[in-house]
Design a protein around this ligand. Structure first.
Ligand code: GLU
Length: 455
């Protein structure tokens, strides 16, 4: 079976916002789920609007959210390749040279509007004779358009179902601008073909582009990828997000203390019937990811809901101080010394501490050392070592340790029996050697190892 290759292709002309990240996640999670490849492609052929600053911020934002790419590509470095393909299209008479200025086109559109006609380019440049073109070329910059077939393009969309677009109702797209800039339409097709992209998920606003691009793929004798077009998200006033609106940029959400986990889990549930599950990390979300769960009706994204969700993650969420048993969840990405302060007040309670997907710094095990009312510790996915474990030996009430998604050594297993009251250790998805488990099982143990898979 061919390897699935997906990509996220932002233009570095602004900061990424939650809408862009939703697209990134659709592609990233699908790639992860099928063990495919995920490419970050920077669509930076617009030299005036693309900046290094935006490129750097895009990379920072994605990394912060846990969206990691296997390969990075940059369109501005592939212009020679685009020129080569343009020549191929010229040789096949599939592109034609046009000389209208922006103002000419605007006037044409107005005229069509007044006559009640659809604003489609009238192809007048196709009628120009060779001499006329030579004269015009001396006077003005020329741009190139792709000659659409006018036929109906049909595809089975992974989200929107069967789609049919008649290209006779679409203007022949400009592939190269007067200043020589290659536009997204052609550059994207060449890249998707050259990089072997198998699946493209993007916003429903790209439907017409997709029809046009499928025609170009065919003419270049390349296979078009499988497409899925997701709905767009709107803000609380019903407006579309734009890079320029800024308020829900990832950068600004990070600055006001929103946790990456809140953003990712919210975006993954939006538009499905599923509730938000902040307990799952990005790999677990990938395992459950189904494109077919999403529908293509616009969905509202409101910042307040994100803030509420964030509290669940950010704050040490005591169920109630008056309760005897308290469960404390830490889902923050980075845990600091300060986060442990409130725990000091809990000296009369029975406590269950849960660290799911946070990153525990080494010294934080020191904070647990004297936390004698701890009964259950959940380290899910957080690395620890033998030294960390031995720090917990003084905890007389510790009964359960959950080590799902971590890895343990033979020494750690032996330490389990030294705990005063430890009864159970959960080991699902824990990396552990078979011989270690076997030798543990042969001993007289006070502790039960649950969920260890012996291959
Ligand atoms: N640069 C394009 C955009 O941001 C990419 C669209 C696509 O995924 O093909 O809209």
């Amino acid at each position: 079976m061919t390897k699935r290759i997906l990509r996220f292709a932002p233009s570095p002309t602004g900061y990424l916002h939650v809408g862009n990240i939703r697209t990134a996640l659709f592609n990233y999670l699908q790639a992860k789920k099928v063990g495919g490849e995920f490419i970050l492609r920077l669509d930076d052929t617009d030299k005036e609007r693309s900046t290094q600053n935006f490129i750097d911020q895009i990379k920072r934002d994605l990394e912060w959210l846990g969206i990691n790419w296997d390969k990075i590509e940059q369109q501005s470095l592939r212009i020679d390749r685009y020129r080569e393909v343009l020549t191929e299209l010229k040789d096949k008479n599939l592109v034609y040279e046009c000389f209208e200025t922006a103002l000419d086109l605007e006037l044409k559109r107005k005229k069509q509007q007044n006559l009640g006609l659809p604003p489609i380019y009238d192809r007048s440049a196709l009628k120009l004779k060779l001499e006329e073109r030579n004269i015009l070329r001396d006077k003005t910059e020329s741009h190139w358009r792709f000659l659409l077939s006018g036929e109906t393009v049909t595809w089975e969309d992974k989200i929107a179902g069967e789609i049919k677009v008649r290209t006779s109702v679409v203007s022949d797209p400009i592939l190269v601008k007067g200043n020589g800039q290659f536009l997204y339409t052609l550059a994207s097709v060449i890249d998707d073909a050259d990089f072997g992209v198998t699946d493209v998920v993007r916003g429903i606003d790209h439907l017409t582009n997709t029809a046009v691009q499928i025609e170009i793929f065919k003419n270049l004798s390349s296979h078009a990828p499988i497409f899925g077009h997701h709905s767009l998200i709107v803000d609380s006033s019903g407006e579309n997000f734009s890079k320029r609106s800024g308020s829900l940029s990832i950068k600004s959400l990070k600055e006001v203390g929103i946790e990456p986990r809140a953003i990712v889990s919210k975006l993954v549930s939006l538009g499905t019937g599923d509730g938000v599950d902040v307990d799952k990390n990005i790999d677990e979300l990938a395992q459950n990811f189904e494109l077919s769960k999403f529908n293509n009706a616009p969905v509202r994204f409101d910042k307040e809901a994100l803030e509420v969700l964030n509290k669940d993650i950010y704050e040490v969420n005591f169920i109630s101080e008056s309760q005897k048993f308290i469960s404390v969840k830490f889902l923050k990405k980075e845990i600091t010394q300060e986060d442990f302060e409130p725990l000091k007040k809990l000296s009369n309670h029975i406590v269950y501490l849960k660290f799911a997907g946070s990153s525990l710094k080494k010294n934080l095990f020191d904070n647990l050392e004297n936390f004698n009312n701890l009964v259950r510790l959940d380290l899910k996915n957080n690395p620890f070592d033998d030294e960390d474990l031995s720090k917990l030996l003084s905890l007389e009430n510790l009964e359960v340790i959950n080590l799902i998604g971590t890895s343990i050594t033979e020494k750690s297993i032996e330490t389990f029996n030294e705990f005063k009251n430890l009864k159970r250790v959960y080991l699902w998805k824990t990396k552990i050697s078979q011989s270690d488990i076997e030798s543990f099982n042969q001993q007289q143990n006070k502790v039960e190892l649950v969920g260890a898979v012996i291959n």
